[in-house]
Design a binder for this molecule. Structure first.
Ligand SMILES: Cc1cc2nc3c(=O)[nH]c(=O)nc-3n(C[C@H](O)[C@H](O)[C@H](O)COP(=O)(O)OP(=O)(O)OC[C@H]3O[C@@H](n4cnc5c(N)ncnc54)[C@H](O)[C@@H]3O)c2cc1C
Length: 462
């Protein structure tokens, strides 16, 4: 006799959603969580959920064709190099999953409905109370149901019998269930896995840091591997740009900076979307660019509540010079030499930027006029900008549209399901939009819960 019908490994957004759905149908569910409390990175997050065709959009008067348009946007942005059926399911289930969260009591307001990513439509739904409100509502739904939660229990072994996943092994003891859902989040807290699976995230050595839960070490990948699971393509995820002054979470660089490449020339409108900018910087030969500004810009620099950027206040910049993380020179030529840029290139770029600021028009990259700043007043400054803040990892276990984990033969591994960051296939070179990861966790968490329950309770043996 099994101890449970379903064991969910990991109690973040995906795991809690899976447990909620599985227990709705009467399944006995055990959620095993490595940390001292549930929530994972989902609870730390901004709680933005990306969806089209929702009730909130209708209430706000936003016209959105919904799933078809989301799918076209998501796939086009990533040049169709994704697992299309998974993305299709993600988009199809986005609005129903949003309404489901609303039905569980998560509050969303029209004022917090915004255009996220390089999307055209207001599809970023920010939960009041952010990510913690989502995980609290999910866990709140367990009341009166057959869900046990075991905290501070890191699962490191699956129980596999006759080619089927039959539970987990904890402290050397088996805990039996015919279906196991792996929802252990990403692997940002594992330097080894970053180096192996997401080399772009690890390439700057000690500079990189992870913003998610410290327990997200990619254990689900190892657990899936014990059962013969295979992985989605490597080197995917979301990185943010940082000057490396301190471990501050800043999604955006200030738009007024002048960014130059190893040629000492501008290469971009500095205000473009963060996910696009980070991937372009990673394609530069040195995998870094340089933020150039003058003393007037430093003195005027401050952070805002709208887009917090604590690295870029006048005082912090002065301190960063002392710390040696921000370069300062009396001339642009000296600054260019310190950065090993071609002689004279920086002065030319600065002249052009100053002319654009004076004219109120950027003929090179068409940056908005309000963000054009002259670069004329010494001393001059340069910060090395690298994509080294690891937000989200996009390499995971291959699954099908029913969240069944696939083996090397492309067939489902009996009894094994995965969801959220643990599952791969939906990440391309460009993060689709703020809210796409919680969308993924909730949509595939729900699917995994339903599939696992069907498998366990109806005796399906896929
Ligand atoms: C600061 C921050 C802001 C973000 N903002 C947004 C946003 O606004 N919108 C958006 O879409 N995305 C956002 N993200 C990303 C998003 O939150 C995550 O990608 C998503 O929530 C992951 O959900 P998950 O359930 O897969 O993983 P998690 O929520 O991380 O849950 C995984 C759980 O598994 C547990 N676990 C790990 N290993 C084991 C093990 N061996 N045994 C037992 N338990 C284990 C972990 O402790 C954790 O609780 C943000 C992330 C961060 C960190």
């Amino acid at each position: 006799m099994a101890d449970y019908d379903i064991i969910v490994v990991g109690g973040g957004g995906a795991g809690l959603a899976a447990a909620t759905v599985a227990s709705e149908g009467g399944a006995r569910v055990l959620v095993v969580e490595a940390a001292a409390r549930t929530g994972g990175s989902t609870a730390l997050s901004g709680g933005v959920f990306w969806a089209g065709g929702t009730s909130l959009q209708r209430e706000a008067g936003v016209a959105d064709p919904g799933a078809d348009a989301m799918f076209a946007y998501y796939m086009t942005l990533n040049q169709y190099k994704l697992d299309a059926p998974l993305v299709r399911r993600l988009c199809d289930d986005a609005a129903p999953s949003f309404e489901w969260l609303r039905g569980l009591g998560v509050e969303f307001y029209e004022d917090d409905l915004y255009v996220s990513g390089v999307d055209k439509v207001r599809r970023g739904h920010r939960a009041a109370g952010m990510g913690a409100a989502i995980t609290d509502a999910l866990e709140g739904s367990f009341a009166g149901r057959g869900v046990d939660v075991a905290l501070e229990t890191r699962v490191e072994r699956l129980l596999i019998e006759q080619g089927r996943v039959a539970g987990i092994i904890v402290d050397g003891e088996p805990v039996r269930a015919p279906a196991v859902v792996l929802a252990t989040g990403g692997f940002g807290a594992s330097p080894e896995k970053l180096a192996m699976l997401y080399p772009d995230a690890a390439q700057h050595g000690d500079l990189h840091w992870y913003i998610g839960a410290p327990t997200c070490r990619g254990d689900g990948i190892d657990l899936g591997g014990q059962a013969g699971a295979v992985l989605s393509p490597r080197n995917k995820g979301l990185l943010l740009l940082t000057p490396g002054f301190a471990n501050d979470l800043e999604s955006y660089l200030p738009g007024w900076l002048m960014l130059v490449s190893e040629e000492g020339r501008r290469f971009i409108d500095e205000t473009i979307e963060y996910s696009v900018l980070a991937s372009i910087v990673n394609q530069l030969p040195r995998k870094e660019c340089y933020a150039i500004f003058d003393e007037q810009a430093r003195l005027a620099s401050r952070t805002t509540a709208y887009r917090p950027a604590p690295s870029w206040t006048a005082e912090r910049l002065a301190q960063s010079v002392v710390d040696g993380t921000l370069l300062r020179a009396d001339t642009l030529d000296d600054l260019g030499r310190m950065l090993d840029l071609p002689a004279g290139a920086l002065a030319t770029a600065a002249d052009r930027m100053s002319e654009a600021a004076a004219a109120g028009s950027d003929a090179e990259y068409f940056k908005p006029a309000a963000m054009l700043r002259p670069v004329v007043d010494p001393p001059f400054y340069a910060a090395r900008i690298r994509a080294a803040i690891v937000c989200w990892t996009g390499v995971g276990l291959r699954i099908d549209v029913e969240a069944r984990v696939l083996g090397s033969d492309g067939r489902p591994i009996p009894g094994l399901f995965a969801a959220g960051e643990t599952a791969g296939g939906m990440a391309g070179d460009c993060y689709a939009a703020g809210g796409a990861s919680i969308l993924n966790a909730i949509v595939f968490g729900r699917i995994a819960g339903a599939s696992a329950a069907a498998y366990a309770l109806e005796g399906e043996r896929g």
